[in-house]
Design a protein around this ligand. Sequence first.
Ligand code: PBG
Length: 315
Amino acid sequence: MRRLRKNILRPLFKETILSKDDLIMPVFVDENLNSKVEISSMPGYYRLSITESVDEIGKAMEKGLRAFIIFGIPSSKDEVGTSAFISDGVVQKAIRGIKEEYSDAVLITDVCLCEYTTHGHCGLIEGNEILNDNTLPILGKTAVSHAEAGADMVAPSGMMDGMVKAIRESLDSAGFSDMPIMSYAAKYASAFYGPFREAAESGYSFGDRKSYQMDIHNSNEAIREVELDIKEGADIVMVKPALAYLDVLKRIKDEFGVLTAAYNVSGEYSMVKAAGKLGWLDEKQIAYEILVAIKRAGADLIITYHAMDIVDLLK
Ligand code: PBG
C-alpha cells in the first residue's frame, strides 16, 4: 500500500475533495446593533449589524465563498413570533441590503420562530405545550416573506410535523414555486447547540426542545423524518449536528441518494476553538479534517462556522 502514499502520488488518489462551493457560512444579523459584538462562547464569531453583514458577506465572497445562511435577532419579540414574518423584519431587511450589493450571493434563510418568540420555542405555545398545526401557517408566512425579500432558498429548522408541506404550499400559492426548500430533516435535541442560543438569543424560557427535536439515541427515526420531508417536497435534507451523527448522515445518503446537507453546529465549532486557544490542537487542520470527514460521510453541503477560517486551504 505504501507505494502509492508518496507525496508526489497522493493527490492523484484523493477520494474526497472539499471545495469552497460545498460550504455555507452562517451570518448572525442583529437589528439592535450598530457595531459587532463577539459571541463569547464562539471566539472569532460575531453578531453583526445589518450594514456589517453586507460587508462581511463581501469579504467572504472575495475569498471565494458563495453561500450564506442568515439568522436574525429582532428588535422585538412576542408570543407568536410576529417579527419573523413582517416585511421589514431583520432578516428581510438584511436580505434586501445584501442583494443590493452582492446579487450573486446565495442567501439561505433559517425559517423558525425561536429567535422571534418571547418564550424562545420553535412553535406557538399553549401553557407548556408546543403546538404543531397552529404553527404551520406562521412558518409558511415567514418563508414567503423571505422569498419576497429576495432569498434564494429557505431552510425550515423548527421540527414541526408537516412544516415542509405547509411551506411548499404557501410558497407555491404566493408565486414562488421555484424556491427550493432545504429541510432540517433529522435534527436532534442536542447539547451541541448551546453556544448558538447565546449567538441568536434563542434560549427558551421553560422546558426543553425534546417534544419536537429528535432523540439522540435513534437513527431509524431519522430515516422516517427524511422520508416524510422528501414526500412533503424537501429539495435538500439536512442532518444536524454533524460530527456526532456521521452514521446518520451516511445512512441517509445511502438510503435516499438525495442532496444531503450537514450542519457543523456551534458547539462543534466552540470545542475546536477552545482547544486551539489553549494551544492543544492545530485549529485549522482540525477544522479541515472534520469537514473532510463530514463530506466523506455523504454531505453534499456543509453549514460551518469554520468557513472563513479554512477557506484559504481550499481550491
Ligand atoms: C433554530 C436553530 C437552532 C440552530 C439552528 N437553527 C437552535 C436550536 O434548535 O436550538 C442551531 C445551530 C447551531 O448550534 O449552530 N431552531
